[in-house]
Ligand binder design. Structure first.
Ligand SMILES: Cc1ncc(C[n+]2csc(CCOP(=O)(O)OP(=O)(O)O)c2C)c(N)n1
Ligand SMILES: [Mg+2]
Length: 557
């Protein structure tokens, strides 16, 4: 008798995922997920088979962020599960809905070498873990996992012993109603008139207003409303790092607020007397640890406004509402102004200033990372999808002011390096018609360099641009500032173009910017992926590094 005639539990579980609308799954196979994954693929789900389990979850995170759908990943039990522990905390903190199909050790055996208590490992990350041990109820439990992931906006890991997956199906024939049909269809929350009146009064007393948007503003499509509020208050615009580009074409946008603020932004933020934070969590780094706007009061407009965030007091004034509705109501309640902070000369300064004007002496044959980014900003096509990774170099890559938010992705909530290549794969899967350009550090790329093979095998269209300083730049700069030995932070420049070619990708080395246009033409005309290895000087320090680690100062105990 064929499996077709007599379905197994894994057949029905795969069908349940398909019924949930799952069309892409990031996978690494083992005994405890392979039959299920094979059936999922058979039913038309696009499988991206990666080379390390961490990358299943990390790629699914980027996919979820880009599509607004639940990201789906699968790993085997035991060592498959323990590999995803660095990715999950970032997904939890970035509020990304994921469902991870994990196997569990078989129940019928008294001993199994891959057995480990998976629940506490997963729940320690903040993700939910559900053991599914009753086959008849598994489809409903899977549907509920999708509901939970969407409603709580966090990863849900489901663990199913693989001997149960292999049993003949003895449950109901009909699959449960999919989660999307059950989700409450909720309208955006309007503000209370009293809150609007209070906020309007606060604004009336302010002279230097900055409207500061986060991803909540992006999701609520509050960009135009924020621009209108800034215009009516005569103020400026800024965003968090993940929301960067929301106001990319507004002459009064001062760039990112946070660790990556450009020079002119630092200056204007320091003068602000009111920051109106819209749709964001007011995270520690977003306000530069409380240093960026010392003179300003803060008004927080959000569906869940806060007073304290990540250990800091962040806002005394609150307006609870959907970001767009709240900002629109507030703007409507404001009288016209007679004096404006913004001016034509400010717009000209914003337009003409470099993100960082500090002069460094760069060794011959090496690049200043700022020049490289400026040239790339001008040269790379406007419709490419940008992914910013981690490390010291990410400051430079974030300074591409012409690029809009919908073509940008960064997820840094657990501060881990090594995710760039997975995020780029997730974006490439979400936007198969686009070219993805990943900006990464040499250390971060090498942490999961095996994924170059995945990129090649799946034909993903990704250009990886590496700032190769031959070091863990973040560490070497901190060591130097403290007068410590550099051991373990400086490695020398690996020939990453040759590494890429070894995996069957294109590879170019840049010691000058002369060939940029020629290589770009070549890449655009060809198919496939490539690594461009920019040899950059390790003498150029980002402003954040200079501020946080001035020479001769030991870090606080
Ligand atoms: C998983 C993980 N391991 C170690 C670190 C510490 N760390 C932070 S930045 C960094 C250096 C990254 O080097 P690279 O990708 O080359 O970027 P660079 O700082 O040199 O620009 C390291 C090791 C981390 N954040 N995450
Ligand atoms: Mg480096």
């Amino acid at each position: 008798m064929t499996n077709e005639a007599k379905p197994r539990v894994y057949d029905v579980l795969a069908k349940t995922f398909i019924q949930e609308g799952v069309s892409t799954c990031f996978a690494l196979l083992g005994d405890a997920n392979m039959n299920w994954a094979a059936r999922l693929a058979e039913q038309g789900c696009r499988m991206v088979y990666v080379r390390h389990e961490h990358c299943t979850v990390a790629a699914a995170m980027a996919y979820a962020r880009k599509t607004g759908e639940v990201g789906v990943a699968t790993v085997t039990c035991g060592p498959g599960v323990t590999q995803v522990i660095t990715a999950l905390p970032a997904a939890v903190r970035a509020h990304l809905p994921l469902v991870v199909f994990a196997g569990e050790a078989p129940l019928r055996m008294g001993w199994y070498n891959q057995e480990i208590d998976q629940a506490p490992i997963i729940t320690a990350t903040g993700a939910a873990y559900h053991r599914l041990h009753l086959p008849e109820r598994m489809p409903v439990a899977i549907r509920d996992a999708f509901l939970q992931a969407r409603r709580e906006r966090r990863p849900v890991v489901i663990g199913i012993p693989f001997d149960l997956q292999d049993r003949p199906w003895a449950g109901p024939e009909k699959l449960p109603t999919p989660s999307k049909q059950l989700l409450p269809q909720l309208s955006p929350i309007p503000p209370h008139p009293d809150d609007v009146a209070g906020a309007a009064k606060l604004i009336a007393g302010a002279e230097r207003v900055v409207v500061f948007a986060g991803l909540g503003a992006v999701e609520a499509k509050a960009g135009p409303a924020c621009r209108a509020l800034a215009a009516k208050t005569g103020g400026l615009l800024t965003t968090t790092l993940p929301a960067r580009g929301l106001f990319h074409d507004d002459p009064f946008c001062i760039g990112i607020a946070g660790s990556f603020t450009p020079e002119v932004g630092l200056e204007y933020l320091a003068q602000a007397d009111l920051v109106i934070a819209v749709g964001g969590s007011l995270a520690y780094h977003a306000g530069g640890g409380g240093q960026l706007w010392p003179k300003a009061q803060t008004l927080h407009i959000d569906i869940n406004p806060v007073a304290v965030s990540q250990g800091q007091e962040v806002a005394r004034n609150h307006l609870r509402a959907d970001a767009r509705l709240g900002v629109e109501a507030l703007t409507a309640a404001l009288p016209a102004r007679t004096t404006m902070w913004r001016s034509e000369s400010m717009a000209a300064r914003i337009r003409d200033s470099k993100p960082d004007s500090m002069v460094f002496e760069v060794e011959p044959g090496l690049l200043d990372p700022r020049d490289a980014v400026e040239a790339l900003e001008k040269a790379l096509p406007a419709d490419w999808e940008l992914v910013n990774s981690s490390g010291h170099c990410s400051w430079f890559f974030a300074q591409m002011p012409s690029r809009p938010q919908e073509k940008f992705l960064t997820i840094r909530e657990f501060g881990a390096i090594g995710n760039g290549i997975s995020f780029a794969m997730g974006v490439a899967a979400a936007r198969p018609d686009r070219t993805v350009v990943l900006f990464d550090g040499d250390g971060s790329l090498m942490m999961h360099v095996q994924e170059l093979e995945t990129i090649k095998r799946h034909g993903l269209r990704i250009l990886i641009i590496v700032m190769n300083d031959g070091a863990y730049g973040s560490e070497v700069h901190k060591f130097r500032s403290e007068g410590m030995p550099e051991d373990g932070s400086v490695f020398g420049r690996v020939d990453l173009a040759a590494v890429a070619r070894g995996f069957g990708l294109g590879g170019k080395t840049y010691k000058s910017l002369d060939d940029l246009q020629k290589n770009l033409k070549e890449f655009t005309a060809a198919s496939g992926a490539a690594v461009w290895d920019f040899h950059v000087s390790d003498r150029v320090l980002s402003p954040t590094m200079r501020r946080a680690h001035p020479t001769g100062v030991h870090r606080k105990a």
